[in-house]
Write a protein that binds this ligand. Structure first.
Ligand code: CA
Length: 163
């Protein structure tokens, strides 16, 4: 409303007025994991017995099993915008009742051993994050192994997130 050049502001309401409470109808279902880089991609290298398994609930409809006990999975062509430390989300399945572990190496560096809790089934995907160093460009690789036991099935990984 304008009277003789004086603008009358609407009343400023306390911010509390704008709080919204959204109704929740039941348990919240998270969207399924969607890999940026599929473990089963043709650019991956599977060795030592690691193999692709069909998995209807997996990102891309498949994952890579028989990683560990000599089997290795290398996910190649991972893009990073700059040299630096990145966190990578790993989608995996562990149908065992106890954790499985995998040694994860960024570009062949000394691997970190990561414990993957059970997911409730081999077609149930969970995620966890690993952190390591990538270089600028698309020549990065993430290598999964376990010399003395089975690693989880690996569905894929998300895009590296700079730290
Ligand atoms: Ca997959």
């Amino acid at each position: 409303m304008i009277r003789r050049g004086i603008f009358l502001h609407p009343p400023i309401l306390p911010s509390a007025v704008f709080k919204l409470t959204l109704p929740v109808a039941g348990p919240v279902t998270l969207p399924p994991f969607k890999a940026t880089y599929e473990a089963e991609a043709s650019s991956s290298v599977l060795a030592g017995g690691a193999s692709i398994s069909a998995c209807s609930t997996c990102s891309g409809g498949a994952d890579v099993g028989y990683v560990g006990n000599g089997g290795t999975l290398t996910i190649n062509n991972i893009s990073a915008p700059a040299d630096g430390v990145y966190t990578v989300l790993v989608g995996y399945a562990n149908g065992d009742s106890s954790p499985r572990s995998a040694d994860i190496s960024f570009n062949g560096s000394t691997p970190v051993t990561v414990s993957f809790p059970p997911t409730g089934g081999w077609n149930t995907i969970s995620t966890l994050s690993v952190t390591g160093t990538f270089r600028s460009g698309t020549a990065n690789a993430l290598i999964f192994s376990n010399p003395s036991g089975w690693a989880p099935d690996i569905d894929g990984i998300g895009a590296p997130a700079a730290q």
